[in-house]
Design a protein around this ligand. Structure first.
Ligand code: B1M
Length: 211
């Protein structure tokens, strides 16, 4: 069993080089990439969030941690993106307008593409119209919406309404997620599904397509 607490500490300290090195070492030592994300990277980020809330950390600390986590995720990407497996379905995913948090969305996108979904990642701060246009154009089976702020959660509901106005709502399943999002909130805004994290998003998306 690989000890992932030093990796968690490197994220907490925003030490990109060390995070990259420890991630590579973890992989070489046989750690599962999903475990590295959950018990190494995400737990470090959790500590960063707590320190930000308590006033011990400031915005630059969050940025440093985000930079370290993104670099570590790049190391894991090749192991997570399996190639040669048949495509299960098409997913368009993005972080809603006004929200600059994309790490969790990137994790979900990587997990889904590693499980056989064809994923189109629209990035962060994506306007409602862009989501609607991409659904019309790409005809995905699933639209994934991510929000990390209580202030941007309602934007997910607006996207779902926008799909309805465009006559596209019945053509696509909508899954929502992000730290402040709950199953109740997903029901409230009329989403088809909610997933707590990247690992859960895989079976939930498969279920949405009856697979
Ligand atoms: Co911000 N931030 N941030 N931040 N940030 C939070 C979210 C916060 C909780 C910190 C805190 O106060 N404790 C707080 C939100 C409070 C609230 O709304 N309730 C906060 C704040 C306040 C802010 C600013 C307003 C700060 C400021 O300017 N004063 C500002 C807002 C900017 C904006 O968006 N307009 C801001 C900025 C930033 C940075 C840019 C510096 C940076 C983001 C960099 C980036 O993403 N490129 C940042 C960071 C890093 C964080 C924390 C520390 C970490 C987020 C993260 O990456 N977690 C965060 C605190 C926290 O979450 N503990 C915080 C790791 C990631 C793997 O987890 O994103 O939760 P997560 O994703 C998970 C699940 O949520 C789920 O699966 C993912 C993987 O397992 N999931 C989905 C996510 N999307 C999904 C979609 C799905 C399904 C599951 O289906 C489609």
């Amino acid at each position: 069993m690989v000890d992932l607490s030093p990796l968690s500490g490197a994220i907490e300290e925003g030490d990109r080089d060390r995070a990259v090195q420890l991630t590579a070492e973890g992989l070489s030592a046989g750690a599962n990439p999903q475990d590295i994300i959950i018990h190494g990277l995400q737990s470090g980020m959790g500590a960063v969030g707590e320190k930000f809330s308590s006033g011990e950390y400031f915005l630059p600390d969050m940025l440093m941690a985000a930079r370290a986590m993104k670099a570590a995720l790049e190391v894991l990407k090749p192991s997570l993106e399996k190639t040669g497996i048949p495509t299960i379905g098409k997913v368009v995913i993005g972080t809603v307008e006004g929200d600059m948090h994309d790490i969790g969305k990137n994790v979900v996108a990587t997990f889904l593409s590693g499980s056989g979904f064809e994923v189109f990642d629209l990035g962060l701060n994506v306007p409602e119209k862009k989501f609607v246009d991409e659904v019309r154009e790409k005809k995905p089976d699933i639209l994934g919406l991510s929000a990390l702020l209580t202030t941007t959660m309602p934007v997910m509901g607006r996207v779902i309404k926008g799909l309805g106005v465009a006559g596209l709502r019945s053509s696509v399943k909508v899954i929502v997620g992000g730290a402040p999002v709950t199953q109740d909130y997903a029901n409230f805004i009329g989403a088809d599904a909610y997933a707590h994290d990247g690992g859960e998003a895989i079976p939930v998306c498969k279920q949405l397509l009856g697979k």
